[in-house]
Every structure is written in structure tokens, then in C-alpha cells.
Design a protein around this ligand. Structure first.
Ligand code: NAP
Length: 274
């Protein structure tokens, strides 16, 4: 697919991967709809994209992706301005990473599922009939390695991304006859605001090795590549495929190493106390 002139909705375009993705679509001359809650950030990005001289156009829409009425308004405003939707990037999301019993039932658990799962489903549900009518479209869903491998403190986040994985796989098989492609991208660690919002507290220094960390720009470029040439799934960097493979075919080994290297050392004090 040639990106120039295509109408693209990017959710979560106010920072990190979504911002980098929207910027890359802008660079390639797309008509980019920027959606998130922080209007100031979206307007600043829209100005930047307009100044690129690529012929890109922008539309800023303030939307809380956990609210159906905001999603409906996002799609309605897009159609009013651009009359069609070629590409949907369901990117908005966040993680709260702590032991399950420490997570707030509403602010952490419900909220994550509302944005990461229901946001993706409801946005897609609003856009799909148009793509069916057009007999074309590309839907790109931001998954995560947590959508393939569940790790301690990632219970809800992993549940949400596993849901995105299952939803996208089923939809891919539903939508293809209408000329609609559904792609999934699974980044490992990416340097964004994500970590700041995640509330990570670690005694062990367990973290993504530096050489495996990606920039938001690298993921943004990968998303635009998926729009050009859809793929069922793309794990980046590719080395994480080894982890996904081991988790699938050697789950006992992954359980053992995770529990002994991470869970027990992290919870040593609590385990001794009880
Ligand atoms: N960083 C990583 O290591 C990593 C790895 C794999 C996958 N991911 C996934 O990549 C996506 C983007 O994350 P990021 O790393 O770029 O983090 P980020 O910089 O924190 O960006 C998150 C984006 O989501 C938006 N968002 C959050 N809640 C929202 C809501 N209720 N309504 C509308 N927008 C909302 C935020 O915008 P507002 O706050 O302005 O609304 C922001 O634009 C997420 O789906 C995340 O799960 C991240």
C-alpha cells in the first residue's frame, strides 16, 4: 500500500510509540488522525507534521479510548473531514506492573482492561463497517511480548495483550475476504513514558537488556512498514522469538527460571514473614 494520501487513525498519538508512528505516517504524506487525551501534545505534533512539507494533513481528536462515545466521535470526526479510513493503528494502552493483590481493582485492573482491550475492540468495531464497505483496509494492533509470554507482575497487562492477540487472530480470519488485513506487532521493551506510568518496583535489577531495548521511532517505522505490507505477526527485536518459542514448547523450564530467578528473590522478605 502506498501511504501518501491514505487516511490513518493512530490512537495514543500523544507520546511514545503512537507519537512516533503518527510522525512517520506524516513524513510519508498520509492524512493522519491523532487521538489521545492530551490535546496540547496532539496539537504540537499536528503542527510538526504540517511543517514537514510532505503534503500530510492532520486532524486532532481528543478521545478517552475507554469511552464508547469518544470512540464513536473519533470515527465520526474522521469521516467528516476525510470521508474514508484506510488504516487503523490501535496503539493506546498502558500497564500497571505489580503483584496482583497490590493492584487497585478499578484504577489499575479495570482501567487497563478498558483501554488495552475494550478500547481496541470498540474502535475496531466502529471502523470495520466502513472498511467492509470500501472492500479494503489495514488494521494494526499494538500487542507486546506480554501478549505471548506471561511474567510475574504483568498479570493484568499480559491478560490484556493476550486478549488483543486472540481478538486480532480471529478478526484476521473474518476480515480478509473483504480485503481487510489485520497485523499484530509484538515489541519487547521500548523507551517511552510507559515505564513511568507502570509503577515498577524491583529489588532484583531484572529489566530488558539494553541491547534489546527499542526506541519509539524504531517501532513507529515498523508499524508504517506493516501498513505498506501487512504481516500476521511481527516480534521485534527478533531475538524475543526465542523466548516466545521456549515459553510455548518448554513452559516448565520458563516457569522454573522465572520463579527461582525473579519471583522468589523479589518476594523473599514477604515469604519469610508469612
Ligand atoms: N513501552 C514498551 O515497552 C511497550 C512494549 C510493548 C508494547 N507497548 C504498547 O505500546 C503502546 C504505546 O505505549 P508507549 O510505550 O508508547 O507508552 P506511552 O508513551 O505511555 O504512550 C501511551 C499512549 O496511550 C495513550 N492512552 C493511554 N490511556 C488512554 C486513554 N484512556 N485514552 C486515550 N489514549 C490513552 C496515551 O495518551 P494520553 O495519556 O494523552 O491519553 C499515550 O499517547 C501501548 O499499547 C503499550 O502497551 C509498549
Amino acid at each position: 500500500m502506498d501511504i501518501k494520501g491514505r487516511v490513518v487513525i493512530v490512537t495514543g498519538a500523544s507520546s511514545g510509540i503512537g507519537e512516533a508512528t503518527a510522525r512517520e505516517f506524516g513524513r510519508q504524506g498520509a492524512k493522519v488522525v491523532l487521538a489521545a487525551r492530551r490535546l496540547d501534545k496532539l496539537h504540537a505534533l499536528a503542527q510538526e507534521i504540517k511543517g514537514m512539507g510532505s503534503g500530510a494533513e492532520t486532524l486532532v481528536v481528543q478521545a478517552d479510548l475507554s469511552k464508547l462515545e469518544d470512540i464513536q466521535s473519533l470515527v465520526a470526526q474522521t469521516l467528516e473531514k476525510f470521508m474514508r479510513i484506510d488504516i487503523l493503528v490501535n496503539n493506546a494502552g498502558f500497564g500497571r506492573l505489580d503483584w496482583l493483590e497490590n493492584l487497585d481493582p478499578v484504577k489499575d485492573i479495570q482501567a487497563q482492561m478498558d483501554v488495552n482491550v475494550m478500547g481496541v475492540i470498540q474502535t475496531t468495531r466502529q471502523v470495520l463497517p466502513l472498511m467492509i464497505k470500501q472492500r479494503s483496509g489495514s488494521i494494526i494492533n499494538m500487542c507486546s511480548m506480554a501478549g505471548l509470554v506471561g511474567t510475574p507482575t504483568y498479570t493484568i497487562y499480559a491478560a490484556s495483550k493476550h486478549a488483543v492477540h486472540g481478538f486480532s487472530e480471529a478478526l484476521r480470519r473474518e476480515a480478509k475476504p473483504w480485503g481487510i488485513d489485520v497485523s499484530l506487532i509484538y515489541p519487547g521493551g521500548v523507551v517511552t513514558e510507559f515505564t513511568r506510568h507502570a509503577g515498577i518496583k524491583r529489588k532484583t535489577r531484572a529489566a530488558t537488556p539494553k541491547f534489546m531495548l527499542l526506541t519509539a521511532e524504531q517501532v513507529g517505522q515498523a508499524v508504517v512498514k506493516l501498513a505498506r505490507r501487512p504481516r500476521r505477526m511481527w516480534i521485534i527485536p527478533w531475538l524475543w522469538s526465542v523466548t516466545a518459542f521456549m515459553n510455548k514448547f518448554m513452559p516448565g523450564f520458563v516457569d522454573y527460571t522465572t520463579i527461582t530467578r525473579f519471583t522468589i528473590p523479589e518476594r523473599e522478605d514477604e515469604l519469610k514473614r508469612n
